[in-house]
Design a protein around this ligand. Structure first.
Ligand code: NAD
Length: 422
């Protein structure tokens, strides 16, 4: 009897310890296995990062609690990067931080200052490259009531898959006048007869078949999983034939080879595409900006190269209320790593004022929950946010454009969302 009681006590204690410490998310056979109390590393970020993180973590925890009480809970683990890491360890991006993202597989981060002239070009790019997070995923949808510069923002409901590791972001750049630059210019003239002005800086734009196919595959898989109607490959292939043009070609080839049953190519559509197949089409980047404004309802999933994707995701976010409203994630679907992030910067002049809009961070949290398979909590956050915006209690950036709105602080906005989730 005593022994049995001791056993129960021991088990309860062990259970308690596990809950306190949490468990690792595992990844095998292309699937994440999320335990009930996953450990999730987070970087609160620089500038406004701590303000928006405080608001966001409260909303995320509350949503999980409302859905599952204590049977599911995130065990947060702080990791350092940016100014906080530099102040404490004289290192902008400690190896332990990268190790933690690798070990725990799913993480979240606030905005980070890009140190000027410190060797690292951008901490965000460094994190993406270290974990080979090849897909930058940015959903863009409208929340009723948000001030927008366009007449029909509700028609925007797209998800951008931006290639995250190649293109001019690969970092192969040489400065005007340097010896290496002169050497390269000489070589280009001798080997190819390319005459480039001597006072030029040079950048190399690699676009590989491997990089393009895995990104476009991720976009098509998303379209299949979430029953979207089409995938549009956005490129500048009319000018850059062997990089952007090849991206388009490899995209169509991939659809034909791997998704023949589930997709239909634009060139094979006679009249209207069949409802049971995902339409794979393409458009040239410059005209895409016009079409995204004039007929946004025709676009669903966007697959594009790195620089195009950078411009496109901010331009689309502007239609639904700006980058303060847009969440994002950087994902490697093959090796099983994902880092979710607020998409705007550190807005240093508002740091510590508890003033800015935490929506981008909050929605990144919702996106993370959805990714973990905790969709119920993700939906709850979106509902809470919708109700809060409709109640017109919003942060300064929205309040100044919303007649009759009451301006609330960053933390109050988070608290309103929590109330509206109940
Ligand atoms: P920024 O996004 O920080 O700010 C530009 C302006 O946008 C701000 O002054 C503010 O008016 C507004 N804004 C931004 N976020 C807002 C929010 N949540 N709520 C309300 N208004 C908001 O861009 P920046 O000034 O070009 O960059 C500042 C720093 O951030 C730089 O060091 C840059 O490298 C870094 N940055 C980081 C990331 C990232 O970590 N993902 C992204 C972009 C810029």
């Amino acid at each position: 009897m005593k022994q049995a009681r001791r056993k129960v006590l021991k088990e309860t204690r062990e259970q308690g310890d596990t809950v306190k410490t949490g468990q690792k998310i595992e990844f095998s056979n292309g699937e994440f296995k999320v335990p009930a109390h996953p450990i999730i590393p987070y970087i609160e970020g620089d500038g406004i990062g701590p303000d928006i993180w405080r608001a966001a973590v409260r909303v995320i925890d509350q949503a999980v609690e409302l859905c599952w009480h204590d049977s599911r809970r995130i065990v947060w683990k702080e990791v350092l990067a940016g100014e906080k890491a530099y102040t404490q360890n004289k290192n902008w991006l400690p190896q332990e931080t990268l190790n933690a993202f690798r070990e725990y597989r799913i993480g979240i981060k606030g905005p980070l200052t890009t140190p000027v002239g410190e060797g690292i070009r951008s901490l965000n790019v460094a994190i993406r490259q270290a974990l080979d997070l090849y897909a930058c995923v940015r959903p863009v949808r409208y929340f009723p009531g948000v001030p927008s510069p366009v007449r029909e923002p509700h028609k925007v409901d797209m998800i951008v898959f931006r290639e995250n590791t190649e293109d001019i972001y690969a970092g192969f750049e040489l400065e005007k006048g340097k010896e290496q630059t002169r050497h390269l210019l000489d070589h280009l003239f001798e080997a190819y007869g390319w005459r480039i002005r001597e006072d030029s800086g040079i950048g190399i734009k690699p676009i590989s078949e491997t990089g393009s196919r895995r990104l476009i595959r991720a976009a098509i898989n998303y379209a299949l999983r979430y029953r979207r109607r089409n995938v549009t490959i956005v490129h500048k292939g009319n000018i850059q034939k062997y990089t952007e043009g090849a991206f388009r070609k490899w995209g169509y080839q991939l659809a034909k080879e791997e998704y023949a049953e589930q997709t239909i190519l634009w060139e094979d559509v006679m009249d209207t595409p069949p409802k049971d197949k995902i339409l794979i089409k393409d458009t040239i980047a410059d005209i895409f900006f016009q079409q995204a404004l004039t007929r946004p309802e025709e676009f669903d999933v966007i697959a594009t190269t790195n620089l195009n994707g950078d411009y496109i995701s901010d331009a689309l976010a502007a239609q639904v209320g700006g980058v303060g409203m847009a969440p994002g994630a950087n994902i490697n679907y093959q090796s099983g790593y994902a880092v979710f992030e607020a998409t705007h910067g550190t807005a240093p002049k508002y740091a510590g004022l508890d003033k800015v809009n935490p929506t981008s961070f909050i929605l990144s949290g919702a996106m993370m929950l959805e990714f973990m398979g905790w969709s119920k909590a993700a939906k709850l956050i979106e509902t809470g946010l919708e109700k809060t915006i409709l109640s017109k209690k919003v942060t300064y950036d929205l309040a100044r454009l919303m007649p009759g709105a009451e301006e609330v602080t960053c933390s109050q906005f988070g608290a309103c969302i929590c109330d509206n989730m109940k």
